[in-house]
Design a protein around this ligand. Structure first.
Ligand code: FE
Length: 129
């Protein structure tokens, strides 16, 4: 996908734009999906790519939605992030390149991963829709 910055500004609300296109982080416990427990699929708020399912969502108590796995190899890509004096692994949407959050290795089994994702980067599709 080749969407220009101006197009993203029109397509996304300011919160989504800040996270997805400017690598922003929403304040902890502020996002709409932190305590969200419905059955369904979380998709990229920028392009609709399927990212995570409710089956892998868990309460990490960090203040952001957390998942222990991605939907598929087409969901996300990762990149080293050395901003803010830390070494972290950034998680991006594989389809549109939007910033989603970070992944850490302190998650539950079977993956041991914690995808720590901003609510603003997500939209939710209910299972029966
Ligand atoms: Fe996307």
């Amino acid at each position: 996908m080749n969407t220009s910055d101006d197009e993203w500004k029109l397509k996304l609300n300011p919160e989504q734009y800040k996270v997805l296109r400017q690598c922003g982080t929403e304040p902890p416990f502020s996002g709409k999906y932190v305590n969200h427990k419905e059955d369904g699929t979380y998709v990229c708020a920028g392009c609709g790519n399927e990212l995570f399912t409710s089956d892998t969502k868990y309460d990490s108590r960090s203040g952001w939605p957390a998942f222990w796995n991605k939907v598929s190899e087409e969901s996300v890509t990762i990149k080293e992030d050395r901003s803010l004096g830390m070494k972290r692994i950034e998680v991006l949407c594989k389809k549109c390149g939007g910033h989603l959050g970070h992944v850490f290795e302190d998650g539950p089994q079977p993956t041991g991963l914690r995808y720590c994702i901003n609510s603003a980067a997500l939209d939710f599709k209910e299972k029966n829709e």
